[in-house]
Design a protein around this ligand. Structure first.
Ligand code: HEC
Length: 210
């Protein structure tokens, strides 16, 4: 091409500030042919070194843990602690203890009532009857089962009640009108479930007196 500018042959700049261009011109565009600045090379080779160290530490020897692995490990510690707390509670809790110790202890019952009001009234009602008053003597059924009718679908012993609250509707049960109860043990500590059970017992005094 005749209108090609006069350009240096491929060579590196020998003087500071000197601009060196490649021989070719495409569509009037030319390319620099400089050594890259040191700061750029430093970042580039630094990134390669960092990658290598990272790859060794995370993927080859497992010296460093990824965030996901650290979360899994922390969750395992928590679920172990929860399982241990439940085992300890189950070891000391009996039908007799729930009725005669827990349900007669006003502070346990009050704790259970507070937890019940926080977590359970939406489906079992404030008075445990599983219905809500809408005026004119009419009421609407709530999704849960009544807890004061003397009927216990999953067993009427105090420990049965503790277990159904802790573990929720069993996997093989269709639930009540298709509604299943969640496993409250995933959200509440065993001591709180025992207190709620004590509160429910205290609302069914005659039934559990025998
Ligand atoms: C989202 C609604 C919902 C909430 C909230 C709820 N439950 Fe339930 N509960 C149900 C349903 C539905 C059933 C019936 C499950 C079945 O038939 O399998 C049930 C069943 C039960 C039973 C068994 C009753 C029986 O006759 O055997 C107990 C006890 C119980 N719930 C206690 C609780 C406690 C305590 C809480 C609060 C910590 C709670 N529930 C919160 C919906 C709920």
């Amino acid at each position: 091409m005749s209108d090609e500018p006069d350009i240096n042959k491929a060579q590196y700049a020998s003087k500071k500030g000197e601009v060196v261009l490649r021989e070719h011109v495409y569509d009037g565009i030319q390319e620099y042919d400089q050594t890259l600045p040191n700061w750029w090379l430093f970042i580039f080779f630094g990134a390669l070194l960092f990658f290598f160290g990272y790859w060794i530490a995370y993927y080859q020897f497992g010296w460093a843990k990824t965030d996901a692995e650290r979360i899994d490990a922390a969750m395992a510690v928590i679920s172990d602690a929860k399982a241990k707390a439940l085992d300890e509670m189950l070891a000391k809790l009996t039908d007799d203890a729930l009725v005669n110790d827990w349900a007669t202890d006003p502070s346990r019952v009050a704790g259970g009532e507070a937890a019940y009001l926080m977590n359970c009234i939406a489906c079992h009602g404030q008075d445990l009857a599983a219905k809500i008053d809408i005026g004119n003597g009419q009421s609407v059924a709530l999704p849960g089962l009544p807890l004061t009718d003397g009927e216990w679908k999953y067993g009427g012993k105090p420990m049965d009640i503790f277990r159904i609250i802790n573990a929720g509707t069993p996997a093989d049960s269709p639930g009540h009108n298709g509604a299943k109860m969640e496993a409250w043990g995933l959200k509440l500590p065993p001591v709180q479930i025992a207190e709620i059970t004590a509160f429910i017992i205290s609302k069914n005094k005659q039934e559990f007196a025998k």
